[in-house]
Write a new protein. Sequence first.
Length: 291
Amino acid sequence: MTLLDGKKVSNDIKDEITEQVRKMKAKGEKVPHLAAVIVGNDGASLTYVGSKVRACERVGFESTMVRMSNTTSEIELLDQIEELNQNDDIDGFIIQLPLPPQINTQKVLMAVDPSKDVDGFHPENFGKMALDMSTFIPATPFGILELLDRYGVETNGKHTVVIGRSHIVGRPMSILMGRKGFPGNSTVTLTHSHTKNITQITSQADIIISALGVPNFLKAEMVKDDVVIIDVGITRVPDESSPKGYRITGDVDFENVSKKASFITPVPGGVGPMTIAMLLKNTLLAREQRM
Ligand code: GUN
């Protein structure tokens, strides 16, 4: 069994980006500038955005965090987005999800200038992705592709089963794994809450990408020998023995599934750090496209 070490690979990617930023600076060019908008006080979202800002510092990007209150109206958020769209100093920005219930997420994501949409959530960018056109690929799916690529995991002709059809992970992942090329050329099954007899499907999978958010959902009995496991789950489970009062748990029963797997991502330290590295990569791309 080989551990797909997202922490290590993401550090390699950050080193590569740091070097590119160093060259940009040496040529007197403007360095990439990422902004992150966070609405409300959700603990997990604040943690993620904090990590994104710290990652910018680590590679030499400029970053701006825009914090808005939980009672922000849709109009106020749309005004903030317009300001970021118009601000020439900002190369890319993200709106951290989820948003409070008074705000229509779709409307908000459609207001982001596609050329600054480093999350790849705007329908124009999502459509381009589905049509094999060059665009921003959402950071988590992009990170998974990069992990598979850097470990040389064979995807050609394999049966990939994606669990969960979220707009951020499952849906784009199902499209990307079936695209022509590497990583891709998989035969893809997208499973979700209405899927009948999921074990029958997962037990035929060569690659399983689980983005469900149900701790320890995927058990050893549900997979075949030598399966490749990508665990996107990051659920906070109460844990009094931890100083934070919780621990992060994936969708996969790691202890038992890892005994059958050929490759597997740990949680934490697998997909999570890759997401941040690829957001940086998209921001660098956004800067390059604006030159
Ligand atoms: N919420 C959970 N994952 C993400 C992400 O990748 N981007 C944004 N903006 N919000 C998220």
